[in-house]
Design a protein around this ligand. Sequence first.
Ligand code: UTP
Length: 294
Amino acid sequence: MTKKIRKAVFPVGGLGTRFLPVTKAMPKEMLPVVDKPLIQYAVEEALEAGIEEIIFVTGRGKAAIEDFFDHSFELRQVLGERGKSAELHTIEFPVLEAGSIVYTRQQDPLGLGHAVWCARELVGDEPFAILLADDLVMADTPCLKQMVDVFEETGGNVVAVEDVPPEHTNRYGILDVASDDGRLAEVKGLVEKPDPAVAPSTLSIIGRYILLPEIFDYLSERKKGAGGEIQLTDSMARMIGQAPFHGLRFEGTRFDCGDKAGFFEANVAFALARPELHDQIKDIVKTYAAEDGH
Ligand code: UTP
């Protein structure tokens, strides 16, 4: 029987240079899409997939994330006194049971692989999930839930994947595929940010992973890869052949919120999906598009 996925790691220690200057004083995971920070969407997705323990690997801006997932006594009291129950509800949701959120620190931003390795003692010897909050997924069934279902079928490593234009392979971890049924692709190799000329496919990994704990054996070697960073992809590649490894073409739309245009698109899409904002946002988008001559 496969073990349950109980723990999720959220690496939030990157520098977020593409979002300077705002990321000078706060992590990019606190950027709002409509009115919720990216990290809240990711935590909600994890909870909906059955995750019981949240592990944040933080860097600078730790206080903003800790405060966000904490009770705010002053706000609670003021909103309560003013009878603002809807607003009160919005601040209660992200607060988890005491003890189910833990924080560790990545002292130097040496790469995603290094950030995940920093969580090794907290994860221990069990399969676990990793969510990168800057990849925001809009889906009927949360993306991580879809992956947990695959893990329960296969018992192995699972990454969420999507096809990207061939000229974009050098931005992502790319799969070398052994077999593919259109939903699940069996992985025979992984390459981080390959040049389009040598990319083994156009199937790219998005920021959702379910990995077996053996990953920590490889990460502990702390080998540098593409861009001089300790890459998660390189250690994942070394696990191929030891246990099943699949890429899941998830159902839903992924927004790359680490990028300005992707972040803007997410704001438009999530605002349009909100009934109370839909008409107003649609008019705004139309007006600006018309003024731009399109
Ligand atoms: P990115 O490649 O997007 O890097 O990291 P970044 O530093 O966050 O942003 P840019 O490119 O400078 O604008 C992918 C994910 O890995 C985490 C980030 O927080 C993000 O979720 N990360 C990256 C770490 O936690 N630590 C690192 O050392 C690097």
